[in-house]
Design a protein around this ligand. Structure first.
Ligand code: NCD
Length: 312
């Protein structure tokens, strides 16, 4: 199988054939997860430690279930209660854990680049579960699997990524992935929430939803990430919803069979209308969560296989 990575730190280092390998293997895990017997042996005997330095609901639960279904011993470090609070550095914590011989380390951290730094210091395969506004590779992979299943392909699609691009690692990982797979990407949002350099990323930039969504095959909405904002990026939530919130009228500009996506957590009535989010004919938001478990199983399986091959 085409997969040559020691870690999964981002989409940027992956080649298109490696992305396809992950998605193809994930398909087999979708079937396993839908069956009555949800266990496989790919990570049997291995230890997986989840270190989340930032709050997470679905990503942490998803990595935990993925590890358990593949037979790993899974441990969740309570980072809020850990020695980090006592002033220990990220690297010291990592070295301490490293001495316990984990095979897989799943890390989420508020600082961009922190997970790459950590990967240099440990023997385990490190999976980035989101670092600052840098990357969130498993989110982009689960989004890609969801799109591929709905549209039958990843190339030559028009994908509108809308909202708070500036603070979003989900947007950055998706831009890398969709670019590598030769889809056309539009970023849509107010000028304050689109990074000034975005025009150089090989994407179209729109500040108007009607233009940005026109004919789009995929409409991906993002949360306003207030925890990363340090000033007035939007006039008010009401005004934001009026101009950029996805409702039926704005979705009407997209292709008639366009799908609606959101990585969660959602703010209904801010970036998306609740009725659209719940519309099973348009929204694939629950399917994204389902694909998340399968994609994480595939990624950890492939990293474990690669380590075995390297050790042999
Ligand atoms: C995203 C994240 O944490 O980057 N959520 C997620 O992983 N499902 C997006 C967000 O927090 O808005």
């Amino acid at each position: 199988m085409a997969f040559r990575q020691n870690h999964l730190l981002g989409i940027e280092p992956l080649a298109p054939d490696e992305i396809t390998t992950i998605l193809d293997l994930a398909e087999t895990y979708v079937d396993l997860n839908r069956g009555p017997e949800k266990h496989a042996q790919a990570l049997k005997g291995l230890t997986q430690i989840n270190m989340f330095f930032e709050n997470s609901t679905r990503t942490q639960a998803s990595f935990e279930i993925a590890g358990l279904r593949l037979g790993a011993d899974v441990m969740n470090m309570a980072m809020q209660a850990s020695s980090i609070k006592k002033g220990e550095t990220l690297i010291d914590t990592a070295l301490t854990l490293n001495a316990m011989h984990p095979d897989l380390l799943v890390v989420r951290h508020p600082h961009s680049g922190a997970v790459n730094l950590l990967a240099e210091k440990v023997n385990a395969a490190v999976l980035n579960a989101g670092d600052g506004r840098h990357e969130h590779p498993t989110q982009a992979l689960l989004d890609a699997l969801t799109i591929r299943r709905a549209k039958g392909r990843l190339h030559r699609l028009t994908v509108a990524i809308c909202g708070d691009i500036a603070h979003s690692r989900v947007a950055r990982s998706n831009i890398w992935l969709l670019g590598k797979m030769e889809s056309r990407i539009r970023l849509v949002g107010p000028p304050t929430l689109i990074p000034s350099g975005a025009a150089d990323w090989g994407v179209e930039v729109h500040h108007d939803m009607a233009q940005g969504l026109a004919g789009a095959d995929v409409v991906m909405m993002l949360r306003l990430q207030r925890e990363r904002m340090d000033g007035g990026f939007i006039p008010s939530e009401r005004e934001y919803y009026h101009r950029y919130g996805l409702d039926a009228a704005k979705l009407g500009h997209a292709a008639p069979d366009a799908i609606v996506m959101h990585p969660g957590p959602m703010n209904r009535g801010v970036e998306i209308d609740g009725t659209i989010a719940d519309d099973i004919n348009r929204s694939v938001i629950q399917e994204q969560v389902e694909m998340g478990v399968a994609v994480r199983m595939a990624a950890m399986d492939l990293l474990a296989r690669h380590r075995r091959e390297m050790a042999a």
